[in-house]
Design a protein around this ligand. Structure first.
Ligand code: HEC
Length: 184
């Protein structure tokens, strides 16, 4: 009887430790592989069932994000000019909105453009100097044109539509106008 209990205890200990390995990077014995390994297709997996042969489908033309954030202007200077003529800033200059614009500017733009828009952010030396945002050209750019530049980029400035929501882009413009009002 005692011997039997000993064998049972040894078997239990074996079962409990057989899933372990001394080296953490090696998975041990997989008890239930169906729960361990992902069964569904990954987004970029080939898929024999779907049109196009890939799991992630291309959205139909004209699809807009659920946030309603489509920016209906393509890249390039002509589209930027058009945005400047057609769009106006929907945001108001209340304290909370201005504070948000300042926060986004400082988090996203200041690294290149500098805290006061002088083109002297910490990245300078490793990236070409951006133009001053308080200079005559930036002052005369309409709000919609600036939102286009943020959304689609300009020259070597990369687009920021993926990082900054459309509403925040308009708020950043309000902050820019404040910087332009401050530094003549
Ligand atoms: C990676 C660095 C970088 C970041 C980040 C960046 N910019 Fe720029 N920006 C530039 C450069 C460089 C230019 C000049 C591009 C060109 O015309 O070749 C520029 C141009 C501009 C212009 C046009 C200025 C003019 O006189 O033509 C505006 C307006 C502007 N940026 C606003 C912003 C705002 C607002 C943000 C934040 C949402 C931002 N930028 C983020 C580098 C950056």
């Amino acid at each position: 009887m005692k011997g039997l209990r000993l064998v049972a205890a040894a078997l239990l200990a074996l079962a409990m430790t057989s899933g372990c390995r001394a080296r953490g990077e090696q998975p041990g014995f997989v008890v239930m592989p169906g729960m361990y390994y992902s069964v569904p297709y990954d987004s970029y997996d080939p898929n024999p069932v779907l049109r196009g042969g890939q799991t992630l489908l291309t959205p139909p033309e004209g699809t807009v994000p659920m946030t309603g954030e489509a920016f209906a202007y393509g890249p390039g200077p002509e589209e930027a000019l058009r945005a400047g003529v057609e769009l106006s800033n929907p945001e108001t200059t209340d304290a909370a909105t201005l504070a948000r614009g300042k926060q986004v500017y400082e988090n996203v733009c200041a690294v290149c453009h500098g805290p006061a828009g002088q083109g002297d952010g910490p990245i300078i030396g490793r990236f070409p100097n951006p133009p001053s945002l308080t200079a005559a050209r930036a002052r005369t750019l309409p709000d919609g044109h600036i939102v286009h530049i943020i959304s689609r980029g300009q020259g070597i400035m990369p687009p920021h539509a993926a990082q900054v929501t459309l509403a925040d882009r308009w708020r950043v413009v309000l902050h820019l106008r404040q910087l332009q009002g401050g530094a003549q």
